[in-house]
Design a protein around this ligand. Structure first.
Ligand code: ADP
Ligand code: MG
Length: 729
């Protein structure tokens, strides 16, 4: 039974790190070589086609159909020179990860011979069979068609011998079936709303965009060990496994040097990432054993997100070259830290100003405060939407556990900014302010850059923390597509900024000066959103109690959280700002329920299978050994001696026997509940059923199995143990 496990361990012990060298010490020499970026476009496109692409990028629209043929020809010429034989439309379906369908460049020419071709039609629009991508009933099956079209704001790239074209994915009827379309729409909405607000401060601003810098955490597990854990293979996490005697108590992994084999892997994947134009900047060990992180320099959110999806793909692929498997699941191992994906988010203008960075003068600082306070207010008003954007089956293991921010949204600003806001509330009055009062207020605001410089207090337990020039949304799960969180955030802020403009203009109309009107509205917002600000330990018991007192929502149920996508407030933000139409939003929510149900369903099946087909037979075989042993003793000794000698063993037999029975009962109970749940028609009800009736079995079954793991002879235990998964490399 344990052969696979021991063979795997032997394999791991014999591994040698691969030798990997950067192609050059200067990363800039090979950075972006696999990307059809502007310099390459200029080289491979004629002037007219090049200009049309650049205009499309600048204006944020699709390329001109008339130009598409010329663009395609140039793109193909470059791709062929790079050795590409196929192309694919690369997109973000509502499942995890990205999708692609590879086609060769070949077609039949007029004469009937095979020729190489790639026409503009294929670049501007392609029709994959969309019937098997989740759409939440958005598409009737007879209409199993979706269109893809190049998102020009994200350049084409080559992986291996395939030209990948980042695309949007919409149904035949124009309904978005991916993450990209709504993300682009939120950027448009945010741009419009933010530019209007910027006009109060600087008339030169004509475009505002959001930036994203993600920090990707992941685990690396040896290939051979991974392959002997069906739960890892099928669900991405271990459904059983007793805690290792040593795990992360000593924090030695976080501070330790990067193991050699891992170092080689990192270099290797970074080379690929650089070639794909992904500006990786940081690599380090994380807290848990075998856990690592990488982070790039931030980019515009759409591109940054494409790069994140791509990096996950590159990590997975390159890991295999080094006999590793990369795990992106939020909680692959119970009892030690899970993985997140901090989303560092900021908004900036085309005049080069980061709106979440204090300005150089009081005016700039008032602009900074305006955006900062509007973000806080947006988070306050949209706690549920933001949570819904990140709370998935996988991430639910992480949130609310004692090592990650809970399912309560709160904002950390740091003590200095908190003082500034308090000051503002105190000094701004509802009557007209005197010139002296105004001067004093502005003096206070003028000091922000100085105080922020030495404001190094950082709160690691906050789900949404201000970190000097950006907010860090830390509750995002490691496996997520960042779009989900970014859509919620961008749309919430866009909605908020629109409201801000209305509120300020209303006061200005009453004859109050602009600055003072802004101050008054900011004061009102600070007071209205006070509750969401929290500077203390977000992991603590007390915070949960305190948050409840404050009336903040704390939703740990995944289906319940999903349902808040359809609350009045969420609809106001998402539908009201043109991100979704009602039907699309409802469709997405269905998809979310469905995804949750399927994940739990698969986990339940795998757990049942492992329990009954792997663990129980092992336990029985161990029990038989014990029984034989006891029988032998009984044959040999008289009754009194026998009981003295065999007493402990008999207890053990009873314990093993009880656990076997309990496991069988629990698995049967779980199967019964699954059968009931499967009959439920409504996706929403089904998700609730799976969460409330099926999922609770997991921990109970696991408990028994983990106890058996401690009891049963190590020599016959079939599944690699935590200490082996986490400490052998
Ligand atoms: P830490 O672990 O201290 O939070 P990291 O260096 O791991 O910091 O990651 C910080 C991330 O934040 C990087 O991706 C970085 O590019 C990004 N970042 C820095 N400044 C901004 C900004 N103004 N807007 C968005 N992201 C930013
Ligand atoms: Mg960070």
């Amino acid at each position: 039974m344990a052969e696979l496990r021991f063979k795997a361990l032997e394999e791991v012990f014999s591994r040698q790190p691969r030798k990997v060298e950067f192609p050059s010490n200067e990363v800039s020499e090979f950075f972006g070589t696999n990307v059809f970026d502007k310099p390459k476009m200029e080289k491979f496109l004629n002037r007219e086609a090049y200009k049309s692409v650049i205009t499309a990028i600048d204006e944020g629209r699709a390329i001109d159909r008339k130009m598409a043929d010329q663009v395609a020809t140039g793109m193909k010429a470059w791709a062929s020179e790079m050795g590409a034989t196929h192309y694919t439309h690369w997109f973000h379906p509502l499942t995890d990860g990205t999708a692609e369908k590879h086609d060769a460049f070949v077609e039949f020419g007029v004469s009937g011979d095979l020729i190489e071709n790639f026409s503009g039609k294929l670049l501007a629009q392609q029709e994959p069979d969309a019937s098997s991508f989740p759409s939440g009933g958005l598409r009737n099956t007879f209409e199993a068609r979706g269109y893809t079209a190049w998102d020009v704001s994200s350049p084409a790239f080559i992986v291996d011998t395939t030209l990948c074209i980042p695309t949007v994915f919409v149904s035949y009827t124009g309904v978005a079936l991916d993450y990209k379309v709504p993300l682009l729409k939120t950027m448009y909405a945010l741009d419009k709303a933010a530019v209007e607000v910027c006009q109060y401060f600087d008339k030169n601003v004509s475009k505002v965009f959001a930036n994203l810098g993600w920090e990707q955490e992941y685990f690396l597990i040896d290939d051979a060990l991974y392959n002997s854990r069906p739960d890892l293979i099928l669900t991405g996490r271990t459904l059983m496994g007793h805690q290792s005697s040593k795990d992360q108590q000593l924090d030695d992994h976080y501070f330790g040097s990067i193991p050699e084999r891992v170092g080689a892997f990192m270099k290797d994947f970074e080379i690929e990432a650089y070639k794909l134009g992904i500006p990786i900047k940081t690599r380090h060990n994380e807290v848990a054993p075998n856990q690592f992180e990488c982070a790039p320099i931030f980019e515009e959110v759409n591109l940054a997100n494409d790069h994140n999806q791509l990096v996950m793909d590159v990590i997975k692929r390159v890991a295999r070259r080094h006999n590793f498997r990369a795990l992106f699941h939020e909680k692959p191992f119970a009892g030690i830290n899970g993985s997140g994906k901090h989303n560092n988010w900021s908004i900036a203008t085309d005049t080069g100003i980061n709106l979440l960075s204090p300005g150089k003068n009081p005016k700039g600082n008032l602009q900074f405060l305006t955006f900062l306070i509007n973000v806080v207010k947006a988070v306050h008003d949209n706690q549920d939407l933001l949570r819904a954007s990140i709370l998935t089956a996988g991430n639910s293991h992480r949130l609310g556990a004692n090592e990650a921010p809970p399912a309560i949204l709160s904002v950390f600003l740091g003590s200095k900014l908190t003082e500034t806001l308090d000051d503002l509330v105190e000094k701004v009055t509802d009557r007209k302010m005197t010139p002296d009062e105004k001067t004093e207020l502005k003096l206070g605001i003028g000091k922000i850059p100085e105080i922020l410089l030495d404001n190094t207090d950082r709160n690691r337990t906050s789900p949404f923390a201000f970190t000097g020039n950006r907010f860090e949304f830390r509750a995002v799960g490691s496996a997520a597509n960042c779009s989900s969180a970014m859509i919620a955030l961008n749309a919430s802020l866009a909605n908020q900024l629109k409201q801000f403009k209305v509120d300020v203009d209303e006061i200005i109309e009453k004859g109050i000066k602009k600055d003072e009107a802004i101050f008054q509205v900011l004061k009102k917002y600070i007071l209205e959103s006070e509750n969401i600000r929290f500077e203390g330990d977000g992991y603590s018991e007390e915070w949960t109690k305190e948050a409840k007192k404050r009336g903040l929502s704390n939703i740990v149920s995944v289906p319940q959280s999903i349902s808040t996508y359809l609350s009045e407030q969420s609809k106001k933000v998402l539908i009201g700002n043109g991100i979704f139409i009602e039907q699309e939003l409802e469709g997405r929510v269905e998809v979310e329920y469905e995804k949750f149900t399927k994940k739990i369903q698969i986990e339940a099946r795998v757990l049942g299978d492992l329990a009954i087909n792997h663990v129980v037979p092992t336990a029985i075989s161990y029990q038989n050994t014990l029984l034989e042993n006891v029988q032998g003793l009984k044959d040999l000794f008289d009754e009194k001696d026998f009981y003295e000698m065999a007493g402990a063993r008999i207890e053990l037999i009873k314990e093993v026997s009880n656990r076997i029975s309990t496991i069988k009962q629990l698995v049967n109970g779980m199967i019964d509940e699954r059968k009931i749940a499967n009959k439920v028609v409504s996706e929403k009800e089904k998700a609730f059923q799976y969460e409330q009736k099926v999922r609770p079995f997991f921990d109970k079954i696991r408990y028994e199995i983990d106890k058996l793991e401690l009891t049963v002879d190590n020599e016959i235990w079939p599944l690699p143990k935590y200490r082996e998964l986490l400490f052998t490399r």
